[in-house]
Design a protein around this ligand. Structure first.
Ligand SMILES: Cc1ncc(COP(=O)(O)O)c(C=O)c1O
Length: 424
């Protein structure tokens, strides 16, 4: 197959006409499909149902150190939940503070606390400083970007590469004392699915930052979301940061949202003991404690890290199939010189770069045919994709049949939009 740009005008016209008639057939079907949401399908949620149906008589309401989980108290989580997270994520238990049902909320609390009170080594609360900036690795997670935008940071875009953020650029930006932090999704990043290389993790851990209270928001949301037994390996950022005397730089987050139930799982924050000490002062004012019964439910269901792994391998059968369908259909774009896409080994997304200047048109074509995609630009700070080329595909929510249909139509839309631009 020739590249589209190398076709003669007549060949382009003929290809366009034939694709359009195929597209119009789909259009007449009155479809209503959704590729926009990074949510599990209900088949996946069914796998975790035993967690809810487990009987909980009185004697099963106590943690291993005798805490009555039906009652108030215990700010940082019951010991068995900390141990399960520590084993599963390769963290030290003393770094862990278990939270509520959402890691995103912990991130928001962490940043608003920094605004109001500062973090360890802050000369003053962040809200007392002018012109603060935050590094956003893009394409990335829209909710991260919105959070720092809402808190008044100027967002600085750094390009995401196959090995993580463009580190030359990150190292240059952190020389500015106004730059207070960076968002990172280090494993199976949302949306590219790439995992940071050892070299990237090391450079983040050791880089010289002008701000004395610079923080890395290390959102390891997809830490155990491998599609195969030999998943990507991520270097331990705490161990690296400690080597360079930068242990306090790391604020780590994760949750069981996409292990058990999004919105009804258990989240955690991990940080150095000094950081946790500083935080607990304010946390104790905010809450008497999170939901320990849910922590117990999780630790009763998952006896250890091996149980989590085997559960994830069961989920991988469902998610792997979705990735397979998506990637198989994207092959229709191969060799045309109009698109590139990632082939993740885990996580929840595939990132598709179409011909620059056509992503919005692809979105519109998909909408006309009844398929919703994540809005174009959502993966960039301020919701603006400067090249109008990135599309985030979230394959998990539709059924296999719906996904197959939606991604077939997507390749048609990508081709149509590219030809329209070339024929202009
Ligand atoms: C990178 C990333 N972080 C956090 C979240 C949300 O996590 P939680 O449900 O723990 O708030 C998501 C959900 O899609 C995500 O993709």
């Amino acid at each position: 197959m020739k590249k589209y740009a190398e076709l003669s005008r007549e060949e382009q016209k003929a290809a366009y006409a034939s694709l359009l008639s195929e597209y119009n057939e789909y259009k007449s079907m009155g479809l209503k499909l959704d590729l926009s949401r990074g949510k599990p399908n209900s088949d996946q949620l069914d796998i975790s149902l035993p967690l809810l149906s487990e009987a909980r008589p009185r004697e099963k309401c106590f943690s291993e150190n005798g805490i009555d989980c039906r009652n108030y108290g215990v700010l940082d989580g019951i010991p068995e939940m900390k141990r399960l997270f520590a084993e599963t994520l390769g963290l030290k238990t003393e770094y862990i503070a278990v939270g509520g049902n959402s890691s995103l909320q912990l991130m928001y609390d962490t940043l608003t606390r920094a605004m109001l009170f500062g973090v360890l080594n802050s000369p003053r609360p962040w809200c007392r400083e002018e012109g603060l900036k935050w590094i956003c690795v893009a394409p990335g997670y829209d909710r991260h970007f919105k959070m720092t935008e809402a808190l008044g940071f100027e967002l600085l875009t750094v390009k995401m590469t196959a090995t993580g953020p463009d580190m030359d650029e990150v190292e240059r930006l952190v020389k500015d004392p106004k730059v207070k932090g960076i968002w990172c999704v280090p494993k199976y990043s949302n949306p590219t699915g790439n995992t940071y290389s050892d070299e990237t993790v090391r450079r983040l851990a050791k880089m010289e930052c002008a701000a004395p209270d610079f923080r890395i928001m290390w959102d390891n949301a997809y830490a155990v979301h491998d599609l195969t037994e030999d998943g990507d390996k991520l270097l331990d950022i705490f161990e690296e940061a400690e080597k360079y005397g930068n242990l306090d730089r790391i604020f780590y987050f994760s949750s069981t949202s996409k292990i058990t139930f999004p919105g009804a799982g258990v989240a955690l924050m991990a940080a150095s003991p000094d950081n946790l000490k500083q935080i607990s002062k304010y946390l104790g004012v905010q809450t008497i404690g999170y939901d320990k019964l849910n922590q117990l439910r999780h630790t009763t269901y998952f006896k250890d890290a091996a149980a989590v792994h085997s559960h994830m391998m069961t989920l991988a059968k469902f998610i792997g199939k979705k990735f397979e369908i998506t990637l198989k259909n994207l092959e229709a774009l191969e060799g045309l010189g109009i698109a590139e896409w990632t082939k993740p080994r885990g996580g929840y997304f595939v990132s598709l770069d179409v011909m620059p200047g056509t992503a919005k048109r692809v979105f519109a074509l998909m909408q006309e045919v009844g398929v919703t995609l994540t809005s174009v630009g959502a993966t960039y700070p301020y919701g603006i994709d400067p090249e109008d080329k990135n599309l985030r595909i979230a394959p998990t929510y539709p059924t296999d049949e719906e996904l197959d249909l939606a991604t077939r139509i997507l390749t048609l839309a990508v081709k149509l939009a590219a030809l329209e631009l070339l024929m202009k």
